[in-house]
Design a binder for this molecule. Structure first.
Ligand SMILES: *[C@@H]1O[C@H](CO)[C@@H](O)[C@H](O)[C@H]1NC(C)=O
Length: 99
């Protein structure tokens, strides 16, 4: 019951934390073909965060998209003229914000 036990406990709790973590795709700029042009990678969502996928459409065609982890994420669809923005939030599985 010494330092080694504490280290073991710490390692164990860290791996549990790791298992509970939610991974999300991250991309600052997806182009009209869904190809990530900038800021590509992943993020780890905290307990209060969701994975987010934002899609911007013009006349029904994708213009660009965005993926990240987001605190207080709300599903939303916004229309203005022929412009449409969709916000999709999820946490049911890792990388659920796939485009
Ligand atoms: C957002 O929508 C997805 C399905 O499109 C659903 O699984 C999720 O629970 C919704 N999130 C919220 C916060 O309503």
């Amino acid at each position: 019951m010494g330092k080694h036990f504490l280290l073991l406990l710490l390692g164990f709790s860290m791996s549990i934390g790791f298992l509970q973590a939610l991974f999300c795709y991250r991309c600052d700029l997806l182009n009209a073909f869904g190809v990530c042009l900038s800021g590509r990678g992943y993020c780890v969502a905290s307990q209060q965060e969701d994975c987010i996928l934002k899609e911007y459409y013009q006349a029904g065609r994708l213009v660009f998209g965005y993926q990240n982890c987001r605190y207080i994420c709300n599903n939303m669809t916004f229309f203005r003229g022929t412009f449409q923005m969709d916000v999709k939030c999820c946490r049911h599985h890792d990388f659920c914000n796939r485009f």
